[in-house]
Design a protein around this ligand. Structure first.
Ligand code: URA
Length: 476
């Protein structure tokens, strides 16, 4: 067995020189072997030292194919190429014989490599870091094949003015703004974790996602799960898929000017963007949901699946106001359909109130959360977000014209009264809002859910039920 030693895993020049020497020495494919970076003679019998001999003429197409196949991760790729080279001397048109097993194999490997390069272009996500020279960008990526050198020039063209590094287990590509150099492979720990760019990627992805075009299978094929853990926006994928149907409807209902392009531009602009709906007073509750999807009054729209409008009759004597949509409400596009909603339903029933007759909404219309692994943890809206959402609450109030508004929890109380509230001091007593509207402050159902101990929980639920009973009485 004759062996050619190659300097590294993608040593095409080493393979080409070694293959030429083997062919000139008349070494059959079954008697040749290519090994990477090993100078331990014990491993190889008869290492091939004399490289050279006359050049072998091969079609350009073969050279191009060989340069791709060398990047494939399979160990026998060099042997396959040598076999092809050997056989092409007899059959110069071999590469045109698609039915040939070696040809088909090589073409398939080249396709895999090309796909891996495409995925790298699509799924590298840079994170911002600060070094002595200022701001720089680093990303961690695990390509399916050894495509770093093949693909790095793409990033040079695309991000010429940035200083960046792409770290991979094989090799690291480093661009300092002038030169592209390669360094040894790295590990995931060498790359920085999250930063504010994650928000950008998430918002950008959510804005370019077109629910009308959703083909979940294709999407997952395009964005294979192996890459998800490096993609900040992957946390959005399940909710975007779940919401595709509803968002498609909203897209159709929205005016054409509210296009995806506009949204994408809004994302690219860090400053608050305005929306075509922003000062428009609604004539009808049916306009609320589509209008909410254009809301840019605060930043919560960026990460939420959708704005969740209130639900209920066009005119209702009783209005229930919660805090903000939770995880399930954000996906479903309806208020109080998750665990807190179930508890609220039971309390309403116990109080003799038919939910169907009440208008149920939230003080803040977008879900505020913090991604934690695959979960989205609820975060309370701040005063600015509550104030920004007042516009929508007031429109609901003007259209629904309730007699009684029950604020569930401190956020709702702040929205309804328009000032900070000490809930436990003010709950349970009717408050005149003027214009024939009475407010009643009560406990948020989630507070009851979180209360430890069955007895204590039952006491809290009883308070909520009592308040709802009083609200029913006030409605008359
Ligand atoms: N909590 C709320 O305040 N509102 C909902 O819609 C769901 C949970």
């Amino acid at each position: 067995m004759k062996t050619v030693r190659l300097a590294h895993e993608t040593d095409f020049a080493g393979w080409r020189d070694g293959a030429r020497a083997l062919v000139n020495a008349g070494v059959l494919p079954g008697e040749a072997r290519f090994g990477v970076g090993c100078n331990d003679n014990g491993l190889f019998d008869e290492p091939l030292s004399a490289v050279g001999g006359p050049a072998i003429v091969v079609p350009r197409r073969f050279l191009e194919l060989a340069q791709e196949v060398v990047l494939h991760r399979t160990a026998d790729r060099f042997d396959l190429l040598y076999r092809l080279l050997w056989r092409m001397r007899e059959r110069p048109d071999l590469l045109h014989v698609d039915s040939d097993a070696d040809v088909a194999d090589a073409l398939e490997r080249a396709r895999n490599v090309s796909r891996a390069s495409h995925k790298m272009k699509a799924f590298v996500r840079f994170r911002e870091v600060e070094d002595d020279a200022g701001e720089a960008y680093v990303s961690w990526f695990e390509p399916a094949h050894r495509v770093v050198e093949k693909t790095a020039p793409f990033f040079v063209r695309r991000f010429t003015t940035m200083r960046w590094s792409i770290l991979t287990p094989d090799l690291s590509a480093i661009w300092d703004g002038e030169r592209l150099v390669y360094a040894p492979g790295a590990s995931r720990q060498d790359a920085p974790g999250d930063d504010r760019l994650e928000d950008f990627w998430r918002a950008y992805y959510a804005s370019i996602f077109n629910p009308a075009r959703l083909k979940a299978r294709t999407m997952q094929g395009e964005m294979p799960k192996r890459y998800w853990r490096n993609l900040p926006e992957a946390v959005l994928i399940p909710s975007l898929i779940a919401q595709a149907g509803r968002r498609t409807e909203d897209m159709r209902a929205s005016p054409a000017s509210e296009s995806r392009k506009q949204t994408a531009r809004a994302v690219a602009r860090p400053a608050r963007a305005s929306s075509p709906h922003e000062g428009k007073v609604l004539d009808d509750l049916a306009e609320l949901r589509p209008a909410l999807q254009g809301c840019r009054r605060c930043d919560l729209w960026r990460h939420a699946t959708q704005g969740v409008a209130g639900e209920g009759p066009r005119r209702a004597d009783l209005m229930l106001v919660g805090e903000q949509p939770g995880d399930q409400e954000d996906l479903a596009g309806q208020p109080f359909v998750g665990p807190a909603g179930k508890l609220l339903d039971r309390a309403l029933q116990a109080a003799g109130v038919d939910r169907e007759n009440a208008y149920v909404t939230n003080a803040v219309k977008h879900f505020k959360f913090e991604p934690r692994g695959k979960r989205r943890l609820h975060q309370s809206p701040d005063a600015g977000e509550i104030g920004a959402c007042r516009w929508w609450y007031e429109q609901e109030l003007a259209l629904v014209k309730p007699k009684v508004v029950v604020a569930l929890g401190a956020t709702a109380a702040r929205q309804v009264l328009g000032r900070p509230v000490s809930l436990m001091k003010e709950r349970g007593s009717p408050i005149d809002l003027g214009g024939g509207v009475t407010a009643l402050l009560s406990i948020h159902p989630s507070f009851a859910l979180r209360t430890p101990g069955e007895a204590e929980k039952a006491r809290v639920v009883a308070l909520l039920e009592g308040d709802l009973r009083m609200a029913a009485k006030l409605v008359g």
